[in-house]
Design a binder for this molecule. Structure first.
Ligand SMILES: Nc1nc2c(c(=O)[nH]1)N[C@H]1C(S)=C(S)[C@@H](COP(=O)(O)O)O[C@H]1N2
Ligand SMILES: [Mo]
Length: 387
């Protein structure tokens, strides 16, 4: 997908580190500009999310008040898993490329890291984020590095019939369909066309260090522009097939159910969660010398504008922080809240993308007629007390 967006900051270098003068790379790595003021204090939101009820599956959710850098430090990055958390030995690990290819391949970690390296700053959001009151921090932005997937599929020589590419993780569990119980690895697929996107990486580094174990060590797929679920961790095998893959995470789970009007009739449409959607949130409110500032993030598409509405008043344009940007990363914004009066207030944000699409309101039919919690990109409202 070519968005024509010019400020992408990913790049390919041969054989490892060749750092250029991009501001992302200024030392120390994580100290980028951030909309903040000297001596400011964070005013916590009144509507704090309930405790995470599933700590085995979901870890380390982002606390929005803590956001103070464009790139999320790895130890503050959330993690989601559906089966076990595999612990893999990078020395003995291999990646199989098979199925409808002329030349099946087995790649070791050192073979992958010897290939051309590319780094992309990408905001990874779980498609369930904002689907439950407790789940509002299933998002983070990291600098992911690895080797592009497309040249490897080219070398494997996909056969004429190859249409679908399945990515299998090492983690496994038991699944049941019509009373048939079967062991299954975590797996997601993409069309061959989507898999061949030059953006996709076989990723082995997060924020300039080996991938942490919870985030997929030693190698995961990074599919910039897609929801978290597509970014298969702990990769084990890539399999090319001639028909659509109908595993749990494509066809039974991570399926959005929505009532739509088609030709004057109501149709219930079931669709597989795929590409990221336009979204924004008010991240935090700060106070400095009695002056309030609202800081937020917007992502899911190239961002043209972010607006804020207080207590159902008019939409006010925030200032977009253009100092740190990448095609697939969130954009930070801020707004001086000049007339903050004592009492409780509701703060809502909405993003507009470069094509003019506006993040849907909660009563927009796309959100209101959605019956499942996936892909909850409706406008987010937070509550705060000004003293
Ligand atoms: N192998 C494997 N990959 C996986 C998952 C999983 O359970 N197993 N969870 C997916 C989901 S739902 C999300 S949101 C992202 C989360 O990536 P993170 O844990 O690095 O934040 O990983 C995806 N990749
Ligand atoms: Mo997810």
């Amino acid at each position: 997908m070519d968005t024509g967006y010019s400020s992408r900051r990913d790049f390919v270098v041969q054989g490892g580190a060749a750092f250029t003068g991009l501001s992302l790379l200024h030392a120390p790595f994580l100290a980028q500009a951030f909309p903040s003021r000297k001596g400011e204090e964070v005013v916590p939101w009144l509507d704090q999310p309930p405790d995470n009820p599933a700590p085995d599956e979901v870890r380390n959710l982002l606390r929005w008040e803590d956001l103070d850098s464009w790139v999320t430090p790895s130890d503050q990055f959330f993690a989601v898993n559906h089966y076990d958390w595999p612990v893999i030995d990078g020395e003995t690990w291999t990646l199989e490329i098979g199925g409808l290819v002329r030349r099946p391949m087995t790649l070791t970690l050192s073979e992958l890291t010897a290939r051309p390296r590319r780094e992309t700053v990408f905001t990874l959001e779980c498609s369930g984020n904002h689907g439950f009151p407790w789940f509002i921090g299933g998002i983070g932005t990291a600098s992911w590095a690895g080797t592009p997937l497309a040249p490897i599929l080219e070398e494997a020589q996909v056969l004429e019939d190859g249409r679908e590419v399945i990515f299998f993780g090492s983690d496994a569990g038991e699944e049941e369909v019509r009373e048939i119980k079967m062991p299954q690895h975590f797996a997601r697929s993409m069309s061959l066309t989507d898999a061949m996107s030059p953006d996709n990486l076989l990723c082995y580094e997060m924020n300039r260090a080996p991938l942490p174990q919870p985030n997929g060590f030693p190698v995961r797929l990074i599919a910039p522009g897609w929801y978290g679920i597509a970014n298969v961790k702990w990769l084990k095998r890539i399999e090319v097939r001639d028909s659509r893959f109908m595993g749990r995470f494509m066809a039974r789970d991570y399926v959005t159910v929505r009532e739509e009007r088609l030709d004057g009739e109501t149709a219930w449409i079931e669709s597989s969660v795929g590409r990221a959607l336009l979204k924004s949130v008010p991240a935090k409110v700060t106070r400095s010398n009695g002056r309030y500032q609202i800081v937020g993030a917007a992502w899911g598409a190239p961002i043209a504008a972010a607006e804020v509405r207080i207590d159902g008043g008019p939409w006010v344009r925030a200032t977009i922080d253009r100092s740190e940007q990448a095609e697939f990363a969130w954009t930070l914004w801020s707004l001086d809240w000049t007339d903050a009066s004592p009492g409780e207030h509701a703060i809502t944000s909405r993003a507009t993308d470069a094509a003019g699409n506006v993040q849907p309101a909660m009563d927009d039919p796309r959100i209101a007629n959605k019956q499942t919690y996936w892909e909850s990109n409706g406008q987010v409202t937070r509550r705060i007390r000004v003293t």
